[in-house]
Design a protein around this ligand. Structure first.
Ligand code: FAD
Ligand code: UDP
Length: 383
């Protein structure tokens, strides 16, 4: 019964699992609810039955973090492989390395350049912004790489991914991608990177393994909410607008349709992720999962590929990417204020705070909130 617990957590993703693990470690009885039939949230993965290849069911998940505390915390639940993410992008029948680096720039302009020559060229091509502080995705991208590279590698991909005027998108979306004036084509700059040696789902099994943690799957919080006593704190990692019955309207989200295929070839594209920059190709990227785990002894007869098609999410879809137009930001501020007035409900995670959080950021913010808000609340409970 729900009243037997000291803490109720809505959502078994990284935010909820971190909270549950921490609360259980101080002896609290924790109930984790998720409406999905599995733990792991969007980081969930499983082996595709025909091929045995681990597939991240909600899109490719690459773990990386600059933060040693978060890295050490997660290493208590998994070992990591030494996978280093690299992405290529297809443009008009040619393949280039992403993120944009000196190799991409030389190949695109068809000449060898030194780092300084490339910097100077890009500076000239970004001159239209001179003096102005970029205030949206398009201006930010042009300031970083100039207009020709923006139009080639960013504009079409971003149009497919967001279907939103790039001048209405926040600049942080594009600053996720580094720009490098050397030939380093790693996707991430972070000090720590790798994939979980036994897959993502094993991490969650271990995080939620304490005897004082119960997990109820296929359970929607809104269906059991009335039975939860007001005195029991709730950590809510579902969509914040849904919690307040869309009182200020719906927040904008993008969802993805994943089109999965098993092909009778050993290697389809020679790499894990191939982006498609051309706007007339309807998908944004193709994932080939075997390449995430080259250390595994997978069979070589078949491979699994997934094409990603991005579209605007309705209430019935899984919300994946917060769009964050100026209008969304206004609505979110109102929900945030309502959330702050909830005495015993704590909002967290990607959906609960309407933020484009990476896994390490979801874990980091859960650890922080546990220390500052949840542990003090739980400790006050029975005294
Ligand atoms: P989630 O994992 O979304 O978990 C929330 C859970 O709450 C869900 O399981 C949901 O079912 C449950 N829930 C919601 N409402 C209810 C309800 N009413 N009742 C019960 N349960 C409910 N991060 C990286 O670091 N690297 C990557 O490469 C990366 N790639 C990504 C690719 C895609 C396509 C997407 C969508 C995300 C990616 N991320 C990546 C981000 C990563 O998925 C998030 O950082 C992480 O999932 C956040 O964890 P969370 O616990 O906040 O949310
Ligand atoms: N982006 C792009 N071209 C690319 C890759 C990324 O224009 O080849 C832009 C696009 O707007 C995307 C953003 O950069 O949404 C962030 O890319 P990232 O790979 O971090 O997106 P995610 O993995 O979260 O889907």
């Amino acid at each position: 019964e729900v009243s037997e617990f000291d803490l109720i957590i809505v959502g078994a993703g990284f935010y909820g699992a971190t909270m549950a693990e921490r609360a259980a470690a101080i002896g609290k009885r924790v109930l984790v609810l998720d409406r999905r039939p599995h733990i792991g949230g969007n980081a969930y993965s499983e082996n595709e039955p025909e091929t045995g290849i681990e597939v991240h069911r909600y899109g490719a998940h690459l773990f990386h973090t600059p933060n040693e505390t978060i890295w050490n915390y997660l290493n208590r639940f998994t070992a990591f492989t030494n996978y280093r993410h690299r992405v290529y992008t297809s443009l008009k029948g040619q393949v280039y390395a992403m993120p944009i680096n000196l190799g991409t720039i030389c190949q695109f302009f068809r000449r060898q350049m030194t780092p300084d020559q490339a910097r100077q060229l890009v500076a000239e091509q970004a001159a239209e912004l001179a003096g102005r502080t970029p205030s949206n995705l398009e201006e930010k991208a042009i300031s970083l790489i100039g207009r020709p590279l923006y139009e080639a590698f960013i504009r079409g991909y971003t149009a497919k991914q967001w279907q939103t005027d790039p001048r209405d998108l926040p600049e942080y979306i594009i600053t996720r991608l580094p720009v490098r004036y050397n030939f380093d084509n790693r996707y991430f700059n972070d000090r720590f990177e790798g994939l979980p040696a036994d897959g993502y789902t094993a991490i969650f099994k271990r995080m939620l393994s304490a005897p004082n943690i119960s997990v109820a799957l296929k359970t929607d919080f809104f269906e059991v909410r009335k039975r939860i006593p007001k005195s029991v704190p709730v950590v809510y990692t579902g969509p914040i607008d849904r919690f307040f019955d869309f009182a200020h309207g719906e927040l904008g989200w993008r969802t993805i349709d994943f089109d999965t295929e098993v092909l009778s070839v050993g290697d389809f594209q020679g790499t894990a992720v191939m982006n498609y920059a051309d706007e007339n190709i309807p998908f944004t990227r193709i994932l080939e999962f075997r390449h995430f785990n080259p250390e595994r002894d997978y069979q070589t007869e078949k491979t699994v590929v997934v094409r990603e098609y991005s579209r605007s999410a309705t209430r019935l879809d899984e919300p994946y990417y917060p769009i964050n137009t100026p209008s969304d930001k206004g609505k979110y501020m109102k929900y945030k204020e309502m959330a702050e007035n909830e005495d015993n409900v704590f909002f967290g995670g990607r959906l609960g705070t309407y933020r484009y959080l990476d896994m390490h950021q979801a874990i980091g913010s859960a650890l922080k909130s546990f220390e500052s808000e949840i542990a003090p609340r739980l400790e006050a409970q029975h005294t």
